[in-house]
Design a protein around this ligand. Structure first.
Ligand code: FPP
Ligand code: MG
Length: 316
């Protein structure tokens, strides 16, 4: 797999005021340890379109600032004590500083983008942030609803997760005012599928499936949030069965309440099969995209091809 950790530091000492040492130290903690996957995506697309490196840097920084601002706020909202294996900013620097540091990143994004002067890019980015917030509000509103349907979760995932993946693929095209609307439409669809796949794979980590990064098990369920895999396994079950299932205190107990390890594995296979259909659609759209690109741009396809493997199957 060609995925590599980005070599570029996402910001330099000039990006934040030196007279705010606490803010700088918070950002040093926050940005070190992140995989920088979203900015890498931006760079792959930008490189295949021969976008100037200054613009690439602006776009990469924009997505990392927004993503990290959302994490600063999210950890406080979720009362999560750890982020990337380290103390979450609100625990180390106080909740107030975590909120202000997130706000400041968003402010820098708007300053930097407006200096670039492409109003369509400013508008698209503002819409993406707005989607992200709406997704977070909606997700909060379904906490405690153990009868939520997969379609409702899809909408939340589209706003909360896929909006950022779409942005990574589309923003470089918007930045250079790319003329082919078909290409823009296709990369939006691809970004949306990648976001959905990533979220579903992330939801499986909660059930310790392909959990190479050792994320906390049953964290979502214990916070009374039935994620996509949880909702999938509850489909067609009686109210009493669902109530018993969601009260499970451990993964072992969850599997027993579900009918045993073999039932769990069979449901996982079914869930993977549904998501494999999304992956097939992704590859189909990728072929359509290849037909639309200029010969000098088709390198983009090679960057996009391995992403379902990486994001859904978590193969490195
Ligand atoms: C992680 O989800 C969180 C998000 C993808 C988005 C959170 C968005 C907000 C808090 C809105 C504020 C946004 C901005 C731009 C300031 P998770 O909690 O499911 O995943 P985790 O396990 O990584 O915490
Ligand atoms: Mg969280």
């Amino acid at each position: 797999m060609i995925f590599t950790t980005p070599d570029l530091k996402i910001y330099s000492s000039q990006d934040f005021p030196a007279y705010l040492p606490k803010l700088n130290s918070l950002y040093d903690d926050l940005f070190s340890g992140g995989k920088g996957f979203r900015s890498q995506l931006v760079k792959w697309i930008s490189q295949s379109l021969s976008i100037p490196s200054e613009t690439q840097k602006l776009l990469a920084q924009t997505i990392e600032f927004i993503h990290n601002a959302s994490l600063l706020h999210d950890d406080l909202v979720d009362r999560s004590h750890l982020r990337r294996g380290k103390p979450a900013a609100w625990t180390k620097y106080t909740p107030e500083y975590a909120v202000l540091a997130g706000d400041y990143l968003l402010a820098r994004v708007m300053v930097n983008l407006s200096k670039f002067g492409n109003i369509e890019l400013v508008q698209y980015t503002a819409e993406m942030i707005s989607d992200l917030l709406e997704g977070e509000w909606l997700q909060d509103s379904v906490v405690g609803d153990f009868f939520i349907q997969l379609e409702q979760l899809n909408r939340i995932h589209e706003l909360k997760t896929a909006s950022l993946f779409k942005w990574c693929l589309k923003a470089p095209l918007v930045a250079i005012q790319y003329p082919n609307r078909n290409v823009i439409g296709l990369v939006e669809e691809l970004g949306s599928i990648l976001g959905q796949l990533f979220q579903r794979s992330d939801d499986l980590l909660d059930y310790d499936v392909r959990n190479g990064e050792n994320k906390a098990i049953l964290g979502d369920l214990k916070s009374k949030y039935l994620n996509s895999f949880g909702s999938f396994v509850c489909q067609g079950k009686s109210k009493a069965d669902i109530e018993r299932l969601v009260q499970s205190q451990s993964l072992g107990e969850f599997k027993v309440n579900l009918g045993g390890e073999a039932t769990f594995e069979a449901l996982l296979k079914e869930f993977d099969a549904i998501n494999s259909q999304k992956i097939q659609l992704y590859f189909h759209l990728l072929e359509k995209l290849k037909e639309q690109l200029q010969p000098s741009e088709v390198g983009m396809i090679e960057f996009l091809r391995p992403l379902p493997d990486l994001l859904y199957w978590r193969r490195k």
